[in-house]
Design a protein around this ligand. Structure first.
Ligand SMILES: NC(=O)c1ccc[n+]([C@@H]2O[C@H](COP(=O)([O-])OP(=O)(O)OC[C@H]3O[C@@H](n4cnc5c(N)ncnc54)[C@H](O)[C@@H]3O)[C@@H](O)[C@H]2O)c1
Length: 432
């Protein structure tokens, strides 16, 4: 729980922003995106360019008002990344249909010259998305390539790099397998090119072992493999995830604590979605859908303090909607004297418009954590995720307001710290 004085500090700092908006860190920050050609990634790249050109204000970016924090300024963000599709980013953005005609025209020249790097391809983990040959390199060779690409990007921009996973949702994985439990077992599986290692894990491993902060916006299993979480803690590399909390679950974690505060008992919560973007198409595959349903499922009991017997979550692919997802919630509640009531929520949202700014904020926060020497699982970023990663033994807290205050408290704490020199633990690990 936050102490009253830290709460007032946060509010005071918030008030002081408008008078001090330009004190953000002026270094360069590279965001290397896994899934660079996707709807969320291309929206982030275009949004960043539009802000740099002075054509857009930072509306929808949750940390824009905290100008006093030592976060890299939006105008100093640079992008690269990997994708299965090799189209230039203008063509990709046009395909996704998120940006309007004027916005696309304003970024056409810049984005036409940006191309994704070759992605790791493995059909077994992304059925229906990887249409073509799997990568032929070994897991270890792929790690070396990714690390070299990150190092090249760092050199090119003259700043730090953070990797954000925005790729299609991979198949569900049983994390109890012993190969995932210890660093030694995981590295043995890497060395033997074992099939239990997914593309998302290879990217995450490449980041952690090169000291590159890593955020997982997808429901796929990445740095949350027990062995990788251990490795990130051991090497002091900031990691966060997973599955961005953008639409229905965001609203759910705002409403449920309020119902609890008024002692309105939730008898049932029916949630359904229609979406028609490429992500929705990936989620048509039952194994990928299971990952998404799992990350959406846990929040209610956590916010209410009891399990809801009839908590139903459905996701339907419906092509005509494209990126304009529609989410419906029907909540049945019982109040005083056993009287029953209903709440209906209908969120007509734009998936990528909600997600892209969060991905950018996650990258800026992870970079700050890295610079301040605060590695391992960045629990305070839980507000951005449906299934927040926690440090060993900690239970996630899904209550939106409490998460937001925790994020601001953590950022204020980091803000007091000086930047630390390079991560020695990573160098030692590489020297072995
Ligand atoms: N939009 C939201 O509100 C939201 C919320 C939470 C989570 N997410 C997650 O974010 C991710 C991106 O969403 P999107 O709408 O941009 O999806 P998208 O399908 O438009 O983009 C995903 C991209 O990843 C690429 N890809 C697939 N496998 C890859 C690999 N191994 N390496 C590199 N690239 C690969 C695909 O080619 C595609 O271009 C999805 O996993 C989605 O579930 C989105």
């Amino acid at each position: 729980m936050l102490r009253q004085n830290s709460l007032s500090n946060i509010i005071l700092n918030q008030l002081s922003l408008s008078t001090n908006p330009s004190s953000s860190n002026e270094s360069a920050l590279g965001i290397a995106i896994i899934g660079l050609g996707g709807a969320v990634a291309t929206t982030a790249v275009a949004g960043s360019l539009l802000m740099k050109k002075g054509l857009q204000e930072p509306v929808g970016l949750p940390l824009a008002e905290f100008g006093h924090l030592d976060l890299v300024s939006y105008k100093n963000l640079h992008f690269t990344g990997w994708d299965l599709y090799q189209d230039d980013l203008y063509k990709a953005a046009k395909h996704h249909g998120v940006l309007d005609r004027e916005q696309l025209a304003a970024v056409e020249e810049d984005m036409s010259n940006m191309f994704p790097l070759q992605a790791i391809r493995n059909e077994a983990y992304c059925e229906g998305v990887v249409n073509g040959a799997n990568s032929t390199e070994t897991h270890r060779e792929l790690v070396v390539t990714i690390q070299q690409q990150i190092a090249d990007f760092k050199k090119e921009i003259g700043g730090n790099v953070v990797v954000i996973n925005l790729a299609s949702t991979e198949s569900h994985i049983d994390l109890t397998d012993e190969k995932y439990q210890t660093v030694a077992a995981f590295e043995e599986a890497m060395d033997s090119h074992h099939e239990c290692i997914s593309p998302a894990m290879i990217y995450a491993y490449a980041c952690i072992t090169s000291g590159t902060p890593y955020g997982n916006f997808t429901p796929s299993v990445g740095a949350d493999v027990p062995a990788l979480r251990l490795l990130a803690n051991e090497l002091d590399v900031p990691v966060a995830g997973k599955d961005g909390k953008t639409g229905q679950t965001y609203i759910k974690t705002v409403i449920a604590p309020a119902l609890r505060a008024r002692a309105l008992h939730v008898d049932g919560w029916f949630s359904t979605n229609i979406l028609g973007n490429r992500d929705g198409e990936a989620l048509r595959k039952p194994k990928s859908l299971l990952n998404k349903i799992n990350t959406k499922g846990d929040v209610l009991a956590n916010c209410l303090g009891y399990p809801v017997e009839d908590h139903v979550v459905k996701i339907n692919y419906y092509k005509p909607r494209g990126d304009n997802k529609e989410a419906w919630d029907n909540i049945d509640v019982t109040g005083f004297l056993g009287h029953q009531m209903q709440i209906k929520v209908n969120f007509l949202c734009k998936d990528s418009i909600l997600a892209a700014p969060l991905a950018m904020e996650i990258a800026r926060c992870l970079d700050m954590a890295g610079r301040k020497g605060r590695g391992g699982v960045a629990e305070a970023l839980g507000v951005f995720f449906k299934a927040p990663m926690t440090r060993e033994g900690n239970e996630p807290n899904h209550n939106f307001t409490e998460q937001q205050l925790e994020l601001l408290r953590w950022l204020e704490e980091l803000n007091e710290l000086d930047d630390t020199p390079l991560n020695k633990k990573v160098e030692e690990k590489q020297a072995i």
